[in-house]
Design a protein around this ligand. Sequence first.
Ligand code: GTP
Ligand code: MG
Length: 216
Amino acid sequence: MHKRYQNARFVTSAASVASLPPETGAEVAFAGRSNAGKSSALNRICHQKALARTSKTPGRTQQINFFDVGEGRHLVDLPGYGYARVEKSRQRQWGAFLQHYLLERGALRGLILLMDIRHPLTPLDEQLLNLCREAGVPVHVLLTKSDKLKRGQATTARREVKKRLEAEGLHAEVQLFSALNGEGLEAVQARLDDWLGFGPPAGADAAAETSGPEAG
Ligand SMILES: Nc1nc2c(ncn2[C@@H]2O[C@H](COP(=O)(O)OP(=O)(O)OP(=O)(O)O)[C@@H](O)[C@H]2O)c(=O)[nH]1
Ligand SMILES: [Mg+2]
């Protein structure tokens, strides 16, 4: 099992560009519509129940939360977009922030775009993808809540999303993910390792050792 992210810990919240923490090391951000499953994915990846707060109420995560995963690397939980009950002015503010973050954040190595497998590629997702292309930020797509569909349906959904992205000239990887049953966990962890510049995870024999992931 991949243990690197188990020691993740909350560092800070930022509500504006001005309050972003200093750019040290590398970071990967998790973005997507409200309720897409960003916080749940982070918790699953880090094997923690409540690292990031999840909720049945869309719009739970309203600030940008930074999690330290060791050696100066960070995972970033972004507030969801597209929640209809958030006022327009606030939505615009969020859009401006996101744009600034994607264009200016030197530490940003890539963006994990999470979309509910049953409602992928909404207009706001497309906007974000275009922004990432402009900013030269690599994207990796998680089709979340894959446990909600039958096998065949999930595979078809993945193929369709891949096809639409290719048609738009976007070469993002697209994978299934479930925070509930762990589908796709290793694949996204490998992607994070790669972007954050961690070496390959320790082998199975290392799992038996008592030393932490920072040892060696
Ligand atoms: N069945 C299933 N439900 C999930 C999965 N991931 C998340 N959920 C549920 O979806 C809802 C939203 O999950 P969150 O992780 O809070 O979503 P979020 O994207 O962080 O939402 P905001 O913070 O509002 O942007 C919760 O009720 C979760 O329990 C999954 O893989 N499978
Ligand atoms: Mg959240």
